[in-house]
Design a protein around this ligand. Structure first.
Ligand code: HEC
Length: 415
């Protein structure tokens, strides 16, 4: 009866939102735009609880709902790998497994000899990542034929903006090798090779808001968890704000320990949400909301920043989810127009450290090219100012600096 009520409410909500969500995906989670804009931290904790519910799979016990969603290789396969004329299929969760990969951003930075800010890169990638999207997002990408470079090129020609439906949710997860004891304190999963991994970082984004709602979560034990930008959670943490560690002289202290009580001890309302979602507090209670982002700037025009100490390692100081993702775009060939990240390059910017874009998007990013740019910044009314998500072009090939801006084949292309 309860399950039926849940399904019914999902249907009602999806009808109210004006789209036909499929019931086959328990992850088509109803989202509340008013909560997302007015109380982002509460919104993101509720989303966290919803996406991390046990998916109750027979073949993969203990996996969270988001781990059953479509991953990158499944959403953006090389067209040649599919039978002619066919499109990617929504995965059967009982048959799928986790296909992890190394950090795309770190690899790209290294390949361009970017210098990280303060935190040294490890010699090799110690952690693995995966990206997944719920069925609303998958259906949009596949239904609108945006999963291949050819499809994006067609879209560019049609001039229609790319605007994902409001039920869209995407996650990017960071995993570290798990040891036997880790399942007591971490969410642990097994990949396609049978290897165990522990979850250390989780990005969750939702199209509840026109420019998406952005959040990142960290495991309480992550070294340097609140470095550079602090930790901010006005809903789920008893201490709502933690400053980055500093020396007596005011210099940043990097990679230190932030005790659990600082920003990660849960409030009663959040504990209630965990209980209602059936989340084991001993495990999930160790994850902390580092922060939420709903706008490029504060009301005073100061750039807002948000980055995860693992996922954005090396550039947390100048990490703004929204600003970096606003650079997503496609050109007539279905290629990204901009280098999808850093605006200052070592060697090209007087030895300065690389920096991510922060604050409002720069219109010149999209105009410094003779190619017309169909960026997801266009809204349905044709006005700019509504950057949509990072849209991937899995089978594209690298090209030169065609837009007069640094460019590299940055996007993960599947196997
Ligand atoms: C400097 C640029 C940059 C910043 C800052 C950044 N991202 Fe991303 N993000 C990327 C790129 C490039 C990809 C695609 C490659 C990949 O999956 O790693 C991506 C992928 C993702 C994905 C997977 C879905 C997709 O759109 O491809 C999510 C979810 C995501 N980022 C969320 C976030 C959140 C949340 C933040 C802030 C806490 C953030 N990102 C900060 C560049 C950035």
């Amino acid at each position: 009866m309860k399950a039926f009520a849940r399904v019914l409410s999902a249907v009602v909500v999806s009808m109210l939102l004006g789209a036909g969500a499929s019931l086959a995906d328990p992850g088509n989670i109803p989202v509340d735009p008013a909560l997302a804009i007015n109380h982002p931290d509460e919104f993101n904790w509720r989303l966290f609880a919803d996406v991390n519910k046990d998916a109750h799979l027979a073949s993969r016990p203990g996996v969270a709902i988001w781990e059953t969603w479509a991953d990158d290789p499944g959403t953006f396969p090389a067209p040649a790998s599919l039978p002619a004329g066919s499109a990617p299929m929504w995965p059967d969760p009982e048959k799928a497994c986790a296909r992890l990969r190394s950090n795309v951003q770190l690899n790209a930075l290294r390949s361009r000899a970017f210098k990280p800010f303060v935190v040294p890169f490890p010699d090799n990638n110690p952690h693995q990542q995966e990206t997944r999207r719920n069925k609303a997002t998958f259906d949009f990408i596949v239904g609108q034929n945006l999963w291949s470079r050819a499809g994006l090129a067609d879209r560019f020609k049609s001039g229609q903006p790319i605007i994902a439906p409001s039920e869209s949710i995407e996650v990017k997860a960071d995993w570290l090798t798990a040891s036997a004891d880790d399942s007591k304190r971490y969410h642990v999963s097994v990949d396609c090779n049978g290897k165990s991994w522990k979850l250390v970082g989780l990005h969750i984004i939702s199209k509840a808001l026109p420019n998406w709602s952005w959040a990142t979560f960290e495991h309480v034990d992550n070294a340097g968890r609140c470095d550079f930008i602090g930790c901010h959670d006005s809903y789920g943490a008893t201490v709502s704000s933690t400053s980055p560690l500093q020396s007596a002289e005011g210099e940043p202290v990097v990679g230190g320990t932030y005790p659990a009580d600082a920003t990660c001890k849960k409030t009663e309302p959040l504990t209630g949400i965990f209980t209602a979602a059936g989340l084991d507090q001993a495990v999930w209670g160790n994850y902390c909301l580092k922060g939420s982002q709903v706008d490029f700037t504060t009301l005073a025009g100061e750039p807002t920043r948000l980055g995860n100490s693992v996922t954005e390692k090396g550039f947390v100081r100048t990490s703004s989810c929204m600003s970096c993702h606003s650079r997503a775009s496609t050109d007539a060939g279905g290629l990204s127009v901009l280098f999808p990240g850093f605006v200052k390059l070592v060697g090209e910017a007087a030895q300065e450290n690389s920096e991510g874009p922060i604050g409002s998007p720069d219109p010149f990013w999209f105009k410094a090219t003779d190619l017309q740019v169909l960026s997801s910044r266009q809204t349905s009314s044709g006005l700019s100012g509504s950057p949509d998500k990072w849209l991937r072009q899995p089978d594209r090939r690298g090209r030169g600096a065609g837009a007069g801006l640094p460019h590299r084949d940055f996007i993960y292309r599947g196997e």
